[in-house]
Design a protein around this ligand. Structure first.
Ligand code: SAH
Ligand code: SF4
Length: 358
C-alpha cells in the first residue's frame, strides 16, 4: 500500500484516516514487521489490523557474503518463489540492487536471469520489502551503514511490471516512509519504448539506465531479441524526447562480450549513436555464467574500448564486477547457491499474491 492506500483502507474499515497512516509509518519508516510492534496503537486496534492485513512480502532464505564485502540475499515470497537482491558497499555508500520480477521474459542472450524465463511479476510490497529486510540486516550487523542508493538492476525487466514499479517508487520516496531521494534511485531497462514514454510523464523521477549493449541493430538483434521490436532508432528517439531533470544524464550500460561488440569500430558507432544525448556509458565486462557461450574480453581490450569511447567524447566508466565469486554480479542472478541452482521452496504462508499486472 502507498500511504494514500493505507489511509483509504482505514476509512473503509470505518476507522479514522490517521490510524492507517500510523500503521503505514510503522512499516515503512520504522521497519515494523508485525502489528504487535506498533506500541502506540491500542491493543484492540492492533488485533483488528492483524485480522485484516499482513506485513512483509518476502523473507530472507539465505545470505551469501563475497570476498569483496558484497552480500547476496536470496529471498522467498509467500508463494515460495525465489528472488535475489544484492547489497554492495562502496566507501560511504551502500547500493542495493533489487529485483522487479521472478525471472525475466526479455531473453537477452548473455543474461543468466533470462534462462529462468518469466515466472511472475513481483507486487509493490515484494519490491519494497527487499529494501526493508536489507535495512534491518544492516541495522543489526553494521549499524554505521545505511542503504544510500537503490538500483532496479536485479532480476527482471522493471518496465514489464510498470504499475508495481511506479508504486514501489512512490513508497520508497515518500517523505513519511523511508524517504529515499529519487536522485538516489536508478531504474534500468532493456528499452521498452512505450513504457519509457509513460515513465517520463510520472511524478516520481528516478534516474534512468538503459541497457544498450550493442553498437548497431544487427548485433543488438542477435544479443537482445527485444531490439527486433524496438530497435536502436526507436529507442534513441524515445530517449531524446525523455524529459530529463536539470543536470541529470541517462546511463547507458554496455556489456562487453569478447569478439561480439568490443571492437574499436564499435566504440565509434556507439559514440555516433549517442551524440547529443546527455549521458554517460557504463562499460560492464561480461560476467560469465554456465548457460551462455560468451567470454569476457581481456583487460587490455576493455581498456582500449573505454579509452576509445572517451576519446570520442563519451564520459565512460568501467564497472568492476562486484560479488562475482557468489554469482552476485550483473547478469548472474539465477537463484544459485555455491554454483548450483536452488529448487524453489514451496512454503505457503498467507494468501497467494495477486496475478501479474500488465
Ligand atoms: N532488466 C534490466 C535490469 C536488470 S539487468 C535491464 O536489462 O536493464 C542489469 C544489467 O546487467 C543490464 O545492463 C544487463 O545488460 C547487464 N547484464 C546482463 N547479463 C550480464 C552479464 N552476463 N554480464 C554483465 N552484465 C550483464
Ligand atoms: Fe531481463 Fe535485463 Fe537480463 Fe535482459 S539483461 S534478460 S532485460 S534481466
Amino acid at each position: 500500500m502507498t500511504l494514500a492506500d493505507a489511509q483509504a483502507f482505514a476509512v473503509a474499515q470505518g476507522w479514522p484516516r490517521y490510524r492507517g497512516e500510523q500503521a503505514w509509518r510503522w512499516v515503512h519508516d520504522k521497519g515494523a514487521r508485525s502489528f504487535d510492534e506498533m506500541t502506540d496503537v491500542g491493543r484492540a486496534n492492533r488485533a483488528a489490523f492483524a485480522e485484516r492485513a499482513t506485513i512483509g512480502g518476502v523473507q530472507i532464505a539465505e545470505v551469501q557474503q563475497s570476498r569483496d564485502g558484497t552480500r547476496k540475499l536470496r529471498l522467498v515470497t509467500r508463494d515460495g518463489s525465489s528472488i535475489e537482491s544484492v547489497l554492495i558497499p562502496d566507501g560511504e555508500k551502500t547500493t542495493q540492487c533489487i529485483s522487479s520480477q521472478v525471472g525475466c521474459a526479455v531473453d537477452c542472450q548473455f543474461c543468466a536471469t533470462a534462462k529462468l524465463g518469466l515466472l511472475r511479476n513481483l507486487d509493490a510490497g515484494e519490491i519494497v520489502d527487499q529494501v526493508y529486510l536489507a535495512r534491518r540486516l544492516l541495522a543489526e550487523q553494521e549499524p554505521d551503514r545505511r542503504i544510500t542508493n537503490i538500483v532496479y538492476m536485479g532480476m527482471g525487466e522493471p518496465l514489464h511490471n510498470y504499475d508495481n514499479l511506479v508504486r514501489s517508487l512512490r513508497i520508497l520516496t515518500d517523505q513519511k516512509g523511508m524517504a529515499l531521494s529519487q536522485r538516489r534511485i536508478t531504474v534500468s531497462t532493456s528499452g521498452l519504448v512505450p513504457k519509457l514514454e509513460r515513465l517520463g510523464n510520472e511524478d516520481v523521477r528516478p534516474n534512468l539506465a538503459v541497457s544498450l549493449n550493442a553498437p548497431n541493430d544487427a548485433i543488438r538483434d542477435e544479443i537482445m531479441p527485444i531490439n527486433r521490436k524496438w530497435n536502436i532508432g526507436k529507442l534513441l528517439a524515445a530517449l531524446r524526447a525523455y524529459p530529463l531533470e536539470q543536470r541529470r544524464r541517462i546511463t547507458f550500460e554496455y556489456v562487453l562480450l569478447a569478439g561480439v561488440n568490443d571492437a574499436l569500430a564499435h566504440a565509434a558507432q556507439v559514440a555516433d549513436l549517442l551524440r547529443g544525448v546527455p549521458c554517460k556509458v557504463n562499460v560492464i565486462p561480461y560476467n560469465p555464467h554456465p548457460e551462455a557461450g560468451y567470454a569476457r574480453p581481456s583487460r587490455a581490450a576493455v581498456e582500449a574500448f573505454q579509452n576509445e569511447c572517451k576519446r570520442l567524447g563519451l564520459p565512460t566508466y568501467l564497472r568492476t564486477p562486484r560479488g562475482d565469486d557468489i554469482d552476485a554480479a550483473c547478469g548472474q542472478l539465477a537463484n544459485r547457491v555455491n554454483g548450483s541452482p536452488v529448487v524453489p521452496l514451496r512454503v505457503r504462508r498467507g494468501p497467494p499474491p495477486p496475478p501479474p499486472v500488465d
